[in-house]
Design a protein around this ligand. Structure first.
Ligand code: DGL
Length: 261
């Protein structure tokens, strides 16, 4: 039986990549809701409705549990997945928070994510619960998503965008930055260039993979194996996916979500 990996689109493949490195034997079933991406600019109600439909899809599919790779869905709808898979859901926010709290040397801590993730303050709330009094500076970086998908991850354009978004963090001298979105690992070199070597970068994809290993997900499994499904395989999905995953997707299935599915 597989573990489901859910994302709003292609970005969650950074999580599959990290999971594969941490847990080579685990069997994964990826679902990207490419027909309705991006989630990060939508309302909480809409993301929760989409999450409920995805959870029902995974239940029909018979997965053992879920890794919610999408930061937006983890931030505003983790409980929706929990209702369908009680005690069997791992989101990206909590592992990212844990690593940020361990990495900081007193803060402030920066958090970047989609507008919905930042508006929810899911990271900020949990960081402050663990480290009362620590400064948290949260900034939504919506342009990073299309830049990563277009492959504009190096050079002047992403650097200028990053300088603009990160200006308040540079000014506040953050010591740690949480990359609270599936797409941001691709922008690490440019973030590093803009912030300098002194700032620790917390990659929520790597953090969730380490948390999955600690929780024993896939322990004892040796076969590996992956299935990839999307709700719309049009456009340049395969090409973009290969960049996020680091290799080609062998077989891609198109599935339908929604109440009538
Ligand atoms: N997967 C989303 C996230 O990590 C980014 C793309 C979107 O907005 O749907 O928040």
């Amino acid at each position: 039986m597989s573990w489901g990996v859910f994302d709003s689109g292609v970005g969650g493949l950074t999580v599959v990549r990290a999971l594969r490195e941490a847990l080579p034997g685990v069997r994964l079933a990826y679902l990207g809701d490419t027909a309705r991406v991006p989630y990060g600019i939508r309302s909480v109600e809409t993301v929760r409705r989409y999450a409920a439909e995805a959870a029902r899809f995974f239940a029909r599919d018979g997965v053992r549990g879920l890794i919610v790779a999408c930061n937006t869905a983890s931030a505003v709808a983790l409980d929706v997945f929990e209702e369908v898979f009680p005690g069997k859901v791992l989101g990206v926010v909590e592992p990212g928070v844990e690593e940020a709290v361990a990495a900081t040397r007193g803060g402030p801590i920066g958090v970047i994510g989609t507008p919905a993730t930042i508006r929810s303050d899911a990271y900020g709330t949990r960081i402050r619960e663990r480290l009362p009094g620590v400064g948290v500076i949260s900034v939504a970086c919506p342009l990073f998503v299309p830049l990563a998908e277009e492959g504009w991850t190096r050079g002047e354009v992403p650097r200028l965008v990053a300088e603009h978004y990160l200006a308040p963090m540079i000014e506040a001298r953050i010591d740690t930055l949480v990359l609270g979105c599936t797409h941001y690992p691709l922008l690490k070199p440019v973030l590093r260039e803009v912030l300098g070597e002194g700032v620790r970068l917390v990659d929520s994809a790597e953090a969730v993979a380490r948390a999955a290993a600690r929780l024993g997900i896939g322990a004892g499994e040796t076969g590996g194996g992956e299935r990839f499904s999307v709700t719309d395989a049009g456009g340049s999905f395969r090409e973009v996916a290969a960049r996020f995953l680091g290799r080609e997707i062998p077989v891609l299935e198109t599935v339908h979500l929604g109440p009538a599915a």
